[in-house]
Ligand binder design. Structure first.
Ligand SMILES: [Ca+2]
Ligand SMILES: [Ca+2]
Length: 442
């Protein structure tokens, strides 16, 4: 406006320009200040230092045939009931300590459950042990590889042998979101995209074939199908007996002293497919790929279960919502919940970053702050399809309520001042009294 020059005399004009500059600077600062979490991608969604929590989150639900008599058990079943042999020669007698077994580093050794004369009842032996699943987190070239290994005392399928190792592998991306799943069968495996997998929340459902313990994505009779590294099928998996992840013991595999044992986990037999298998570290598929450290593109190169099974079926992404309890005082627990988070499926994981260095998992949790300050709370949620969302909340933590102070409305600071005032008054009274007495004496 041309008139403004005349309305504002020189001193006012300087003040106006200064105000305009301050306003413009403030607007600029507000504009560049972080606004929401747009574009900010979580580097690692799941707690990276807690492999136990990670494998628990994705641990499978097992569905067995009603005619199955053997369940996955700890390898102690072999350590306590099998002798170690080489070429029929007895090397070690049961029980064998795990750390000793781990020192036998040749494929010539094998564990052999002894027949004491009346035949071996594998069912009776194995029933003495709790259902157990071994799990492992492997930082892999293509993401995070989670593996669930199952050990059975006997394989009672088309081929029969002592000892039976099976594996279910879950591939997560670097942010912890599940992508692909591979179920092992007869020296090969078949793959599905996570979103096409039958699950209970974040727990994949595995249909375990009767006798062979091969793992399938669906129940029923599985027909023979030739694949590049072997074959799948020739199995029956009725899936009528459910063993949920809460029904078995999950044991971290990497800590096991017996892992290094390079021999066979069952009696050796010259006939093909009739010997015990090598342990998890030494298992290879029909193409020669190590199952322990698979080559790049191992999942991508596996045959899909069905035509649709690699096309991601994307549901609605969740919308993260934070609700917190009152009041917000230093040292007092505050309840944080993400229960209002919206999704078309199920929220399987929620992670809170409280802005004071504390990060915890859980849909609902309590947290208290040690100091009064402003904090930014970040909530990350993941649904059962592996979709994620993030939200944030700024929170001011104040001093605890005065009500906690026994003197009612007088707070600790006021109390100090009152004490100072009373002391000063008392000193004054003493001084005054002394002066009066001295005056009286004179
Ligand atoms: Ca098997
Ligand atoms: Ca969803």
């Amino acid at each position: 406006m041309a008139g403004s020059r005349f309305i504002f005399a020189t001193p006012y004009r300087h003040a106006t320009l200064l105000m305009a500059f301050i306003m413009a600077s403030l607007s600029f600062l507000l504009a560049i200040a972080p606004n929401g979490e747009a574009g900010e991608e979580s580097q690692f969604l799941l707690l990276p230092n807690d492999p136990e929590a990670l494998v628990e989150l994705f641990s499978p639900v097992l569905r067995f045939s009603s005619r199955e008599v053997l369940y996955p058990v700890p390898v102690d079943v072999m350590l306590e009931n099998a002798n170690l042999r080489r070429d029929g020669e007895l090397i070690l007698e049961a029980p064998i300590p795990a750390s000793i077994l781990g020192t036998y580093r040749s494929t010539e050794f094998y564990l052999d459950v002894e027949d004491t004369g009346s035949g071996i009842s594998y069912g009776a032996i194995t029933s003495q042990y709790p259902v157990t699943v071994y799990a492992r987190v492997n930082a892999w070239s293509e993401g995070i590889l989670l593996q669930f290994w199952f050990f059975y005392i006997y394989n009672d399928g088309l081929n029969k042998h002592e000892g039976d190792w099976e594996v279910v592998s879950v591939l997560l991306d670097l942010a912890g979101r599940p992508k692909l799943v591979a179920y092992s069968q007869h020296y090969t495996a078949i793959v599905r995209h996570w979103t096409n997998l039958e699950r209970i929340g974040s727990h994949p459902i595995v249909y375990v074939a009767r006798g062979s313990h091969a793992s399938y994505f669906s129940a029923g009779e599985h027909m023979l199908r030739l694949t590049p590294c072997g074959f799948t099928g020739l199995d029956s998996a009725s899936g009528t007996v459910t063993v949920g992840n809460e029904d078995y013991t999950l044991v971290l595999l990497d800590e096991q002293a017996w892992l290094a044992f390079e021999g066979l986990w069952g009696e050796a037999n010259p006939l093909p497919g009739m010997s015990g298998p090598p342990g998890p570290m030494y298992r290879r598929d029909g193409c020669g790929s190590s199952l322990w450290t698979p080559p790049p593109r191992w999942f991508e190169d596996l045959p899909p279960d069905e035509d649709f099974s690699l096309i991601p079926r994307r549901g609605m992404a969740p919308s993260a919502q934070i609700q917190i309890s009152e009041p917000h005082h230093r040292g007092e627990p505050i309840n944080f919940d993400a229960l209002g988070t919206e999704d078309d499926g199920e929220i399987v994981y929620a992670e809170w970053d409280f802005g004071d260095g504390t990060v915890v998992a859980g849909l609902e949790t309590n947290h208290s702050y040690a100091v009064t300050s402003n904090f930014t709370i970040r909530l990350t949620v993941m649904d059962d399809d592996g979709n994620t969302d993030r939200t944030r909340l700024d929170l001011e933590i104040g001093e605890p309520d005065d009500g906690d102070w026994p003197l009612g409305v007088i707070g600790p600071e006021q109390f100090v001042w009152i004490a100072v005032a009373i002391t000063a008054g008392a000193l004054f009274l003493i001084a005054y009294t002394v002066k009066r007495r001295r005056m009286k004496r004179h």
